[in-house]
Design a protein around this ligand. Structure first.
Ligand SMILES: [Fe+2]
Ligand SMILES: [Fe+2]
Length: 273
């Protein structure tokens, strides 16, 4: 099973640029074209929050138009730049999303890997949190299928990254989530977004990872006094390959054009010297 993770697309409406500089719609269009021309088509695509920049209906309309060419199921969760009301309205045809209740969390059962999407958002706040109700929901869902390999995904990382300005707005009660994850060893990975960089770490007995954004990156600087800056580094996205014999393997792929591929060997099969 091949899973594309696209996160933090920050789509604006009316051709506006994010932060007066980033053409996020163009960046997403390139990312979608990249996914559709990969040698192996992903089986699903996860959009892990901050789908749009200001939670406005017009932004979701642009987003829907841009992701329409994706030729596989797309599963969406909100981030701090989304707004639950407009988000629900934009995805009324996504039947896996809960029709009632406050939170946009769900389980997808029909793939080799069981997928659980969490809603880590706190309306009006940049940081995330998983309240007691959401944690209890997750614990109950994991208890339902202890032998099915499970992938959990959410927007805000529930751990520190060393990027001070982003750590100030992570998921506040990460250890409570970690304690639940530790009780359910079928969880193979926690996928996050929000930080606009590719980051991996060991966390509560599993690997946790943050996918890069196809748009802008948060500037790499581990100084606590670093300014809150972004860069336009080469656009990338994560592809997570699940195999029963290996578990989850994550590849970072570059979205824009580059030289190659070139053969290592000549037509006779001999290594080119
Ligand atoms: Fe973001
Ligand atoms: Fe975010």
């Amino acid at each position: 099973m091949l899973i594309a993770q696209v996160t933090d697309t920050h789509i604006k409406a009316n051709g506006r640029l994010a932060y007066d500089r980033v053409d996020t719609a163009d960046k997403l269009a390139r990312c979608i074209a990249h996914l559709n021309r990969l040698p192996q088509r992903p089986d699903v695509t996860l959009l892990t929050g901050d789908l749009v920049d200001a939670g406005r209906p017009g932004e979701y309309a642009v987003l829907r138009r841009l992701i329409a060419p994706l030729a596989m199921p797309v599963y969406v969760i909100p981030g701090n730049h989304d707004a639950r009301g407009a988000f629900r309205e934009a995805f009324t045809d996504h039947a896996y999303l809960p029709s009632g209740g406050e939170f946009l969390h769900y389980v997808i059962e029909q793939h080799p890997l069981r997928l659980i999407g969490l809603d880590s958002t706190v309306p009006g706040k940049a940081h995330g949190e998983l309240c007691a109700e959401r944690l209890a929901w997750l614990d109950a869902r994991l208890a339902e299928a202890p032998r099915r390999p499970t992938l959990v995904f959410m927007h805000h990382p529930p751990f520190l990254t060393g990027l001070h300005n982003m750590d100030l707005q992570n998921c506040r009660n990460g250890d409570a989530l970690g304690a639940i994850i530790e009780c359910h060893p079928q969880v193979v990975r926690l996928l996050c977004g929000h930080v606009h960089r590719a980051i991996q770490l060991d966390w509560h007995g599993i690997t946790a990872s943050i996918a890069p954004s196809p748009a802008h990156s948060v500037a790499y600087n581990l100084d606590d006094d670093a300014p809150h800056d972004f860069t336009l580094e080469p656009a990338t996205c994560h592809l997570h390959c699940w195999r029963e014999d290996t578990g989850l393997i994550t590849h970072l792929t570059f979205i824009d054009a580059f030289d190659g591929p070139h053969p290592f060997c000549d037509p006779s099969g001999k290594l080119i010297d």
